[in-house]
Design a protein around this ligand. Sequence first.
Ligand code: IDP
Ligand code: MG
Length: 149
Amino acid sequence: MANERTLVLCKPDAVQRGHVGHIISRFESRGFKIAGMKMLQVDEALAARHYQEHVEKPFYPMLRDFITSSPVIALAIEGDHAVDVVRAMMGTTNPQAAAPGTIRGDLGINFTKNLVHGSDSPASAQRELVLFFDEGELYDYEMTIKDWL
Ligand code: IDP
Ligand code: MG
């Protein structure tokens, strides 16, 4: 069992469209543990740190304006191979190509407004989680159903 934590963001479109509960419910139903959760408004500095590999790309201004446009919900999602399983549940970056059954494939149509972020590797997850959560905002607790998952 490779227990991992990954950063999920319900992006501004998910909050505005009222899909946050539905998205969180998918991760809960899959058997993941919520280790942390908060609402925050991403500012330009946090956007640039979080999306450091994209800041020079042509789409970055659009991405920055979008991610700072309205609050997001940040989640630390924990479980077996959480990084890869969460990415699979999200679907491909462009919702138009995302498989039905995935979050983006069921809820999205716009390349930028694709509802969710998920860390793309355990190293990215470690880097991103500390951008969004202070020590003490992530919780170690036992889920009593864990032996049934
Ligand atoms: P990911 O969110 O699936 O990991 P990334 O390549 O890391 O995808 O891109 C970060 C975010 O930037 C995407 O989720 C999407 O919102 C936006 N984005 C990426 N590529 C494009 C593009 O070519 N056009 C418009 N928006 C893009
Ligand atoms: Mg990415």
